[in-house]
Design a protein around this ligand. Structure first.
Ligand code: SF4
Ligand code: SF4
Length: 662
């Protein structure tokens, strides 16, 4: 025996095992390479090109999402489990590669890679990471057996969890037998293997017999490992590789505050151009969208936060992604199908989405299930496959410039009421510093108009120089965009940009987070760059400056609007406005707020639910003991007030827009 600690490759195995191993490996490697080829031809080349275009950002994102697993460890328990699994597998993979290099390269040329201190460190490290792997696997299996609600119990998942467990356990067993038989003096560095060796010795097992058993265990260990490698491109295990590359490319796709990409520009289209929006077949998805399907871990975090799922609609963002993933694979075998006609995606699930973005925020690998939903809606809308009510609101919007279908002259009523409170139009007050954008709800709905009246009172009272647009204001079209009607949205966007462009240099104030989103973020592409301020931010500023104070000392709870808190990160400013009040926070708040159910066009048509999102939200608000639920959005206000009415809580809980507290 050598005095220098060194790895003895293929120890205790008959001569020729190494050659036989490579022969056995061939079919497994062929299957793996075929799968790899399929994936590379689907999106791999484009992904590599995108990485090459901006490697620095890609590396930064990989460090953030894949190495530090920042989004995964937001949930500590599952996060630690995943860290154990991923780093355990990675270490064992690197260890196996090092052994192969040691044997196939160094030893063949008379050298040795794994010897001396390096070898001892290698052994200790691998033993340690093997423990991490076992921890991850045991917790993973325990979560499945404990019936954690969002986990899907699929045979495939059990197969590779048990497969990896088998590899981990047999790895330690092989090491233990080897140490027991060879009795090397450095065995303590393999601290787990050494413990196994001591245990085998205490059982009085004969070394000769153990040497024979070693061969069987070694082959079963190798075959299961080869099998898992071969299965990798064809199973959900693939996410372990694809998610790393994909999350690094997250900067290349629409994320907050953008909801989806812009498929065309109406004014740049020439008449003969063939417009294609959304997808009907999974093969029509972009390479990045296809890659996202394979990056999905099926963890269910998106589903757990989805208000539409919680409300009992047929929508699960996880299943949208998973169904498309399966469809992508199946399309290789039997050609692509129409995902709507063949029932892969249904109208009901797609139009239950409130576009709240909770799934995008929750996804640990930066997938946007919302993007697939919007793209699918676009295809349905483009082909006119909408339900009656959705068609009606879009038609009204086209005809009258508002979703209510009321004549544009009806805006005059709102303008007259605000004029009576001292507001002037931009024509009357061209020097105004602020332009107050009312939005359709305040223009046509008396309840929401109260917000506009309060804002006019507050801005006048605080001495702000402001003006309203008057009857030239029109719908931003953003709800049409959420429904999937891109053309209608762009018609309105271009028209509004023309109205707003001359106001360059002024600040636009709006109390509707959806108008805020359109004016601030989505109109940029159409040439509008204005400073847009949400009224809650303005109120926060006025309170901070001591120019505004709440009317009564109330206990309140704040319902963050999805489009404000999550899509635009506005969380602290509304809370500054509530300074001095007894603020009782709900569990789901800030970026993790829970949608009222009115977003994504859902306010305008009926979505069948088991328990409405707004009712669930009011229950949550009630549990804080607050007297008032504060809203920052006229849609949320309407949805939550309706829930309070339905629940018979009018005497117990009030719903107020934030402006109505002052
Ligand atoms: S955007 Fe919101 S409602 Fe739509 S799927 Fe995601 S979590 Fe569900
Ligand atoms: S889309 Fe993201 S959050 Fe949803 S199941 Fe897949 S990996 Fe998990």
């Amino acid at each position: 025996m050598s005095e220098v600690p060194a790895r003895e490759n293929f120890a205790l195995l008959p001569h020729g095992t190494e050659s036989l191993m490579y022969i056995v490996l061939i079919p497994f490697a062929a299957v793996f390479l075929y799968g790899l080829y399929l994936k590379l031809s689907e999106y791999g080349i484009e992904a590599l090109r995108a990485i090459a275009r901006d490697p620095v950002t890609w590396i930064r994102n990989v460090m953030r999402y894949a190495v530090a697993q920042r989004r995964i460890v937001r949930e500590l328990g599952p996060g630690l489990m995943h860290l154990g699994l991923s780093y355990g597998i990675l270490a064992l993979f690197i260890g196996t590669v090092l052994v192969a290099i040691d044997f196939d390269l160094f030893e063949r040329f008379g050298g040795k890679l794994l010897e001396g201190a390096a070898y001892l460190a290698f052994e200790a490290t691998l033993d340690l990471f093997g423990l991490f792997l076992l921890y991850g696997l045991l917790v993973g299996l325990a979560r499945h057996y404990a019936g954690v609600k969002r986990l899907r119990n699929r045979l495939e998942y059990y197969s590779y969890l048990y497969g990896l467990l088998f590899i981990g356990v047999t790895g330690y067993l092989l090491e233990g037998i080897r140490l027991h038989v060879t009795q090397v003096p450095w065995s303590s560095y393999s601290f787990i293997g050494n413990s196994v060796s001591v245990a085998l010795a205490s059982m009085g097992l004969e070394r000769g017999w153990l040497s024979q058993v070693y061969g069987w265990v070694w082959w079963s260990h190798a075959v299961v490992a080869f099998g898992l490698v071969a299965a990798l491109p064809f199973t959900n295990l693939l996410h372990s590789v694809v998610a790393v590359f994909y999350s690094g490319l997250s900067h290349t796709a629409p994320r907050f505050p953008t909801v989806a990409n812009t498929p065309f520009k109406l004014q740049e289209l020439d008449e003969s151009a063939e417009i294609k929006v959304g997808f009907r077949k999974v093969t029509e998805l972009s390479w990045y969208q296809k890659m996202g399907l394979d990056a999905c871990t099926d963890c269910g975090r998106c589903e757990a936060v989805c208000p539409a799922f919680a409300a009992g609609t047929p929508l699960s963002p996880r299943m949208v992604v998973q169904k498309l993933r399966e469809e992508l694979w199946a399309s290789r075998r039997r050609g692509p199908r129409d995902v709507f006609e063949d029932g892969v995606l249904t109208y009901e699930e797609l139009f239950a989405c409130t576009t709240c973005g909770a799934c995008v925020e929750a996804c640990p690998v930066t997938i946007s299930p919302l993007e697939y939903i919007i793209e699918a809606r676009r295809a349905l809308t483009f082909e006119g496959r909408l339900e009656k009510r959705a068609v009606e609101v879009l038609t009204s919007l086209g005809r009258t410039g508002n979703m209510y279908g009321l004549p544009p002259s009806s805006r005059e009523d709102a303008v007259a009421e605000l004029r009576a409170l001292g507001a002037k139009t931009v024509d009357e007050n061209p020097e105004a510093e602020y332009v107050y954008w009312l939005g359709c709800l305040a223009s046509f709905d008396p309840r929401a108009r109260n917000i506009a009246k309060k804002m006019v009172e507050i801005m006048t009272g605080c001495g702000l120089n402001f003006a309203i647009l008057g009857p030239v204001e029109s719908c931003t079209g953003v709800e049409a965009r959420r429904i999937g009607e891109e053309g209608r949205f762009q018609e309105l966007a271009y028209a509004n940009v023309e109205v707003l462009k001359p106001l360059n240099g002024k600040k636009v104030v709006t109390h509707c987070p959806h108008c805020f989103q359109a004016l601030k973020n989505e109109y940029r592409e159409f040439g509008l760059e204005l400073e847009v301020i949400h009224h809650s931010v303005l109120l926060g500023r006025l309170v901070r400056e001591g120019r505004l104070k709440a009317r009564e000392a109330l206990s309140v709870t704040l319902h963050d609007s999805c489009y404000l808190a999550r899509h635009n990160g506005i969380v602290d400013e509304p809370r500054e406005a509530l300074a001095g009040l007894d603020l009782r926070e709900m569990n789901r708040r800030g970026r993790w707020t829970f949608c009222c159910g009115g977003g994504g066009g859902n306010y305008w048509y009926e979505v069948k639910r088991v328990k409405r999102e707004s009712v669930q939200r009011i229950e949550e608000a009630l549990s804080t003991g607050a007297e008032v639920v504060v809203s920052e959005c006229p849609f949320c206000l309407a949805m939550l007030e309706d829930a309070v009415r339905v629940m018979g809580l009018e005497g117990r809980l009030k719903v107020r827009d934030i402006s109505e507290l002052f």
